[in-house]
Design a protein around this ligand. Structure first.
Ligand SMILES: [Zn+2]
Length: 241
């Protein structure tokens, strides 16, 4: 199935490509629906496809002692899953778990490797995105060490809102626990605190942000820092060609 240009620009990384480079990729992309809780990558296993989410959201998780997980990245419409391929690595170092159901465009690893070698525009965008992810990872390390769980939860909810472009989304307590690296009881308390302050509503995993400004004030500074870093690196080649 041939993907239309207007479908693929829902992913900002693809949208930023020069038109010619973008057109060449379209022939190799196929739409795929990602369902909540679906595992895209397993640590240590080969990456068979790269994914460009359009309205889905995927968490990158590391595991400690075989069970306790921690989110080290979040990939939505702004990015791509399968970055290790661009660095010459064919296996995933992390677990990639869908936490926002929706659509993505995917391409086989073989096609991606070919296009990555031949498209200057794609390389430029991927390198910029790798820098974005490194920045996000650095901030996550600081955040996990120094910021209080309630403020971290507020930050993650705002990041999720921005990624899915909606004020309502579904996140289970288990997944929130994995995202923040805390136990379920800690998540319950933090979510309750935000609910009592009338910043969010939370019912069986269905989250509604009720007060954007209030939640931003409750969030740790990492939310704004990551947003600013991302904005600073967005220099689409598409606008220059
Ligand atoms: Zn933080």
């Amino acid at each position: 199935m041939l993907i239309a240009y207007r479908t693929s620009v829902a992913n900002s990384l693809l949208a930023a490509l020069p038109y010619k480079d973008h057109q060449l990729l379209l022939a190799h992309l196929e739409p795929i629906e990602l369902t909540f809780g679906e595992e895209i990558y397993v640590p240590g296993e080969p990456i068979r496809h790269v994914y460009f989410p359009t309205d889905s959201l995927v968490s990158l998780l590391t595991q400690v002692d075989g069970h306790q997980a921690l989110e080290v990245g979040m990939v939505g419409h702004e990015g791509m899953l399968g970055i290790p391929l661009a660095l010459g690595i064919s296996n995933s170092p992390v677990r990639a778990l869908v936490h926002g159901a929706g659509m993505a465009l995917r391409m086989t690893s073989a096609h991606f490797n070919y296009e990555f070698q031949h498209s200057v525009g794609l390389r430029h965008e991927i390198f910029r995105y790798i820098y974005d992810q490194m920045s996000q990872l650095t901030q996550t390390a600081v955040c996990n060490r120094f910021h209080h769980v309630e403020a971290r939860l507020a930050s993650r909810l705002l990041m999720t809102r921005d990624h899915v472009r909606a004020n309502q989304f579904h996140l289970t307590q288990d997944l929130l626990g994995d995202m923040l690296g805390v136990r379920r009881v800690g998540i319950t308390k933090a979510a309750n605190d935000l609910r009592l302050r009338k910043l969010i509503d939370y019912n069986r995993g269905d989250i509604s942000i009720l007060d954007d400004e209030g939640l931003e004030a409750a969030a740790c500074p990492c939310y704004q820092t990551v947003k600013d870093m991302r904005k600073a690196t967005q220099t689409p080649l598409a606008n220059r060609s």
